[in-house]
Design a protein around this ligand. Structure first.
Ligand code: HEC
Length: 181
């Protein structure tokens, strides 16, 4: 009888310890569900914003016109259109964001009086540079908001690379471009 009693007690304790293990697992399962549910929307938002580029229509024609006048006053004494397009533009700004262009211009330009324009005036001049590079216009002005500008990739116009056509090899790249008029 005593041996049976010990045997009976031994079977009870393991059962209890099994029951204790079940609860944390169940809680973990619920917690994991919420973790997944809460983190799901974040990557989707990032994917949407990072798709924006200078070809998404990020400035207006009126803004580019304001930029053209500002540029004539503050920039044309040193620059020509050629210095903001084609190979030069590609060399400086390929694979960068509009925030990089904005930061450079607003802290370094005009070379003889850096930072002397208002934020909106720099944004207008950027719109003019985008127009020079044949980027499509949109329905809203480009805003001088660095965090928003950081989401906009600078893309090159299809004709940017072969302007001076230094090597015939580059012609093989031309048909791979996505957009055609
Ligand atoms: C006093 C002469 C001078 C003036 C005025 C000037 N720049 Fe520049 N800019 C330069 C020089 C020189 C460089 C070459 C880089 C350097 O030395 O910093 C340059 C480079 C640049 C670049 C980078 C290269 C490129 O063309 O993409 C941009 C963009 C630019 N300037 C924009 C402007 C804008 C916009 C204005 C007017 C708000 C302006 N600059 C006014 C002299 C000037």
């Amino acid at each position: 009888m005593s041996a049976d009693l010990h045997g009976y007690r031994r079977t009870i304790y393991p059962r209890k310890s099994v029951q204790f293990r079940v609860h944390p697992r169940a809680l973990f399962g619920v917690g994991y569900f919420w973790l997944v549910a809460l983190t799901m929307p974040t990557p989707r938002l990032e994917a949407q914003t990072s798709k924006q580029s200078t070809r998404s229509g990020i400035y207006t024609a009126a803004q580019a016109e304001r930029g053209r006048m500002q540029y004539a006053l503050s920039c044309r004494s040193c620059h020509t259109a050629a210095s903001h397009t084609g190979v030069t533009f590609a060399k400086w700004w390929k694979d960068r964001t509009v925030a990089d262009l904005y930061a450079f211009m607003s802290t370094q330009m005009p070379k003889n009086d850096p930072g002397s324009l208002d934020p909106e005036q720099y944004a207008d001049v950027i719109a003019y540079l985008l127009k020079m590079n044949a980027m499509p216009v949109g329905i809203a002005d480009l805003l001088a908001d660095s965090s928003a500008l950081a989401q906009i990739r600078i893309e090159l116009p299809p004709k940017a690379t072969p302007v001076t056509a230094p090597k015939t090899q580059k012609q093989t790249q031309k048909p791979t471009r996505k957009t055609r008029p």
